[in-house]
Write a protein that binds this ligand. Structure first.
Ligand code: ADP
Ligand code: MG
Length: 359
C-alpha cells in the first residue's frame, strides 16, 4: 500500500527525479551517465528528505494526537480493538479506529440515557397519576364541607371520615414508594436474625384474619407438626412479604374463598406457598405483576385499596435474601405465590423474637 509515509515519499521522489532528469535532458551537453547519476541522486535525496519530513513532522504530530485520543478514550476502547490497534502501524488508521470506537461508545451511552429518561418520564407519570386519586378525593370532601356541608352534623362526620381514609391511602402510597426507592438505592440494610418462619406466618394470619372474615375468606396454615422451620433472614422484611402475599390472596379472592399457606421444610430450604382459589391472573399479566404500579384490573384493584407496589416490594425483599418469588395461576381457579428461604439448624432453646413493627 502506498498510503503510508514511505509510499508518499516514494511517489514524490520519483516525480522529482523524473522532472530533474527531464530538465537535464534538455541540455545538449549532458551525457547519459550524468543523466542516470542525477536521477539516482535526486531520487535518493528527495526520498530521504520527504520521508524524514513526513515521519518526524506530520506523522509524529498525528501520533501525538492519537496518543492523546487514546488516553481520553481508554475506558471506551474494548480489548479487541486495543489488540488490533497495537498491531496496526498506520497512525491514520489507528485514529480512524479510535474515533469509530469512540462514536460507538457515545452512541451506546446516548441510547442508555434515552432509555433512562423514558423510564423516568413513565415513572413520574405513574406517580402523579397514583397521587392524584387520593388528593382529588380529599380535596372534594373538604371543599364540600367548606361550602356548607359542615353545618350538617351527619354529613360532616361522614365526609371527614372519608377525607381521613383518602389521606391514609396517600400515606400508605408514599410509604411504599419510599421503601421501594430506598431498597433500590441500597439505603435499606438487611438485618439477618434466626427466627421461626411458621410463627411469623401465624402472626401474619392473626393480623389479617379480621379483614378476611369481613369477606368470609378463611386462611389456613398447613405445616408438618414437629418439623424445623428456623430460618436466617430479615424478620421484619419477611413479615412484610408474607403480609403482602396473604393479603393479596384475601383481596383478590371471592367472598367465602379460601387461602392456604403451606410451609414445607426440606434438607436445606423452607418453601412457602400462598394459595388462593380466587379470580386468578391471565398469562399475559403474570410476568408484569411484579412491576411497579402494575395491576391486572386497574379500577378493581384500586377500589380494593392497593397501591400496586406490594409485589414490587416483595420481589426486592426476596432478591435481598438471594431468593425469588414465583407464581403460577389459572384464571377462575386461583393462584399460588411461592418463595424459599434457607433452613437453619434448630437451636435447643429457641428464643422468641420481639414483637414486630407493622410493615
Ligand atoms: N392472589 C392474587 N390473585 C389475583 N390477582 C393478584 C393476586 N395477587 C396480586 N394480584 C394482581 O397483581 C396486582 C399487583 O399486586 P400488588 O403489587 O400487591 O398491588 P396491589 O396494591 O394492587 O395489591 C394486583 O393489582 C392484582 O391485580
Ligand atoms: Mg398487594
Amino acid at each position: 500500500m502506498l498510503t503510508g509515509s514511505r509510499g508518499i515519499s516514494l511517489i514524490l521522489a520519483i516525480a522529482i527525479a523524473v522532472l530533474v532528469m527531464a530538465f537535464l535532458s534538455l541540455i545538449p551537453s549532458s551525457t547519459s551517465a550524468a543523466l542516470w547519476g542525477t536521477l539516482i541522486l535526486s531520487f535518493s535525496i528527495s526520498y530521504l528528505l520527504i520521508s524524514i519530513t513526513l515521519e518526524f513532522l506530520v506523522y509524529r504530530e498525528i501520533g501525538n494526537i492519537y496518543n492523546l485520543l487514546e488516553k481520553i478514550q481508554k475506558k471506551d476502547l474494548s480489548e479487541i480493538q486495543d489488540k488490533s490497534l497495537r498491531s496496526s502501524l498506520s497512525p491514520l488508521r489507528k485514529i480512524n479506529t479510535v474515533i469509530n470506537s469512540y462514536a460507538l461508545a457515545r452512541q451506546r451511552e446516548i441510547e442508555t440515557l434515552q432509555k433512562n429518561a423514558e423510564f423516568r418520564r413513565e415513572f413520574i407519570a405513574d406517580i402523579s397519576h397514583e397521587l392524584k386519586t387520593p388528593i382529588f378525593a380529599t380535596q372534594g370532601y373538604i371543599h364540600t364541607l367548606l361550602d356548607g356541608a359542615i353545618d350538617d352534623k351527619q354529613v360532616r362526620m361522614k365526609f371527614l371520615k372519608k377525607a381521613a381514609k383518602s389521606l391514609d391511602s396517600l400515606d400508605h402510597l408514599v410509604q411504599d414508594l419510599l421503601t421501594l426507592n430506598q431498597m433500590e438505592s441500597g439505603v435499606i440494610k438487611f438485618s439477618f436474625t434466626e427466627f421461626d418462619l411458621k410463627d411469623l406466618i401465624q402472626e401474619v394470619i392473626e393480623e389479617l384474619e379480621h379483614k378476611a372474615s369481613k369477606r368470609e375468606v378463611t386462611i389456613k396454615l398447613e405445616a408438618e407438626p414437629g418439623k424445623n422451620y428456623t430460618t436466617l433472614a430479615d424478620r421484619q422484611k419477611i413479615y412484610r412479604v408474607c403480609q403482602n402475599l396473604i393479603f393479596n390472596a384475601v383481596k383478590y379472592n371471592h367472598n367465602g374463598g379460601e387461602v392456604i399457606v403451606g410451609i414445607k421444610s426440606s434438607k436445606n430450604q423452607i418453601q412457602v406457598d400462598v394459595k388462593d382459589d380466587g379470580q386468578g391472573i391471565p398469562p399475559e399479566d403474570l410476568k408484569r405483576i411484579f412491576e411497579r404500579f402494575y395491576r391486572v384490573e386497574k379500577s378493581r384493584s384500586k377500589e380494593k385499596g392497593g397501591t400496586g407496589l406490594g409485589l414490587a416490594i416483595v420481589k426486592h425483599i426476596l432478591e435481598g435474601h438471594k431468593s425469588k418469588i414465583s407464581v403460577s395461576s389459572t384464571v377462575g381457579k386461583g393462584s399460588i405465590f411461592s418463595f424459599q428461604l434457607p433452613l437453619e439448624k434448630e437451636k435447643k432453646v429457641q428464643e422468641k423474637e420481639p414483637t414486630e413493627a407493622k410493615a
